[in-house]
Design a protein around this ligand. Sequence first.
Ligand SMILES: Cc1cc2nc3c(=O)[nH]c(=O)nc-3n(C[C@H](O)[C@H](O)[C@H](O)COP(=O)(O)OP(=O)(O)OC[C@H]3O[C@@H](n4cnc5c(N)ncnc54)[C@H](O)[C@@H]3O)c2cc1C
Length: 412
Amino acid sequence: MIYDVLIAGGGASGLIAACDLARRGRRVALLEKQDRVGRKLLSTGNGRCNLTNLRARAADYHGARQAAQAALKAWPPGRIVKYFESIGLFCDADEAGRVYPMSRQAASVLDALRLFCDENGVEVLTGFAVAKLARGPEGFRAESADGRAAAAKTALVCCGGLAAPKLGACGDGYRLLEGFGHRIEPRFPAVAALKTPPEAVRGLKGIRAEGKIALVRRNDVVRSESGEILFAEYGVSGIAAMQLARAANELLNRGERCGVVLSFVPDWERPDLALVARAKEMPKRKMEDFLTGILPKRLGQSLVKSAGIALDAAAGSLGRADCDRLAARLAGWSLPVTGTQGFDQAQVTAGGASMKDFDVRTMQSLRAPGLFAAGEVLDVDGDCGGFNLQWAWSSALMAAESIEARLSGAND
Ligand SMILES: Cc1cc2nc3c(=O)[nH]c(=O)nc-3n(C[C@H](O)[C@H](O)[C@H](O)COP(=O)(O)OP(=O)(O)OC[C@H]3O[C@@H](n4cnc5c(N)ncnc54)[C@H](O)[C@@H]3O)c2cc1C
C-alpha cells in the first residue's frame, strides 16, 4: 500500500501532523521507534504539559528565528488552543500566558492526539525505527534496520533532537535529513541546569530560594532571569537558571568564560544599609541566625560563612565592612559557570537541521521536493514556558497544510 504521507517520529509534531492529515482524509503512516507514541509529551511541564504560551513572540526563540516568526504568524498560540479544542482537548492559561490542559495532566494532551489519530484511521506503526529514508518509485520509502518498509508520496521527518534520550531522543532525524543533503547546525543543550565549581554549592544541595540570576561575561550581563533558584551538588538549577544554559553554552563553546551572579534580595535598594540596620535592631542575634527570616537557614549560614564572619559571633559585633561583604553575597554572589548539564538532563536541543535548506512558509525541503520536517529536529529552539511545544505544533501544522496542498496538486 502506498500511503499519502510517511511521518517518521510519533512525538508532539508527528502526532499533530498525523491528526491534521488524517482529518483531511489522507492515508497516513506514523512510524515510531519506541513501543508507544508520545512518551516525551507525558513528561512535559512536570507531568502537566505546558503546551503553548499566549505571549509567544519571535524573541522567545533562538537559532533560525525567522522560521519561528513565520510559524507564529501562521499558527499563533490562540489558533493552536482552538485546534486542540477541535480535537477534544480544552485548555486554560495562567497569569504568565502558559497554557495547560484543563485536567492539568499531560496524558490528556497525548490522549487527545492519540484518540483522534485512531478515530481518523492513522496507521500507527510502533517499534519502527526508520533507519533509511530514500526516494522510491512513488515518492519516498522508509526502512527499518529489522527489514520493515513503508512507502508514501510524501515524507515528514519529526524525529526530534538529542535532549532526553531516555524519552526517545537519538538524533536519527539528522541522519535521515543528511541523506538528502541537508546541513546540520552544531547542536548543544538548551534549557538545562548550570554547572559551577561543586565546592561552592555542595553544602546547599536541595535548597530553594527566590531570587534573580544573571549570566555575566566579564562585567556584562548577557541575560538575567528571576524565579526559584535550586541548588544542586553540581551547580544551580530551577527554571530561571535553566533559561540561561543556551547562552552559557554559546559562550563556553566559543572558549569564553562566563559566570552567574545571584541576588536573593533583588528588590532591596541598599542591602548594605539594610544589614547595618538589622544588626542594630537585633544585636544579640547569633550570626548563624542573622539571615533567618530572609533566606532558608542553611543558605543564610553559608553566605555568612563565605563572607568570612563567624557563625557564633553576635550581630552587634558586625562592623561596616562585615555588612558590606555580607550584602555583596546576599545581592551579588558570583559563581563561575563551568558548563551545563548534558543532553541526558536537558529539555531542549539548540541547533539542528538548517532552516536554510527549508522553505520557512511550508517546511518543505529545498533539496528534496516532497520531503518536509517539523519540530525539534530543526534549528529552532525556544525558552522554557510552552514555546518549544508551540514550535512543534505550529511547524507541524504548517507542514501538514503544505503536504495537503502538494497532494491535492494545489502547488504543482
Ligand atoms: C522533561 C521535559 C519537559 C519538557 N516540558 C516542556 C513543556 O512543558 N513545554 C514545552 O513547550 N516544551 C517542553 N519540553 C520540550 C518539548 O517536549 C519538545 O521540544 C517537543 O516534544 C519536541 O517535539 P518533536 O515532535 O520535535 O520531538 P519529540 O516529541 O521528541 O518526538 C520525536 C519522536 O520521534 C521518535 N523517533 C526518533 N527517531 C526515530 C526514528 N528513527 N524512527 C521513528 N521514530 C523516531 C522518538 O521516539 C520520539 O517519539 C520538555 C522536554 C523535556 C525533555
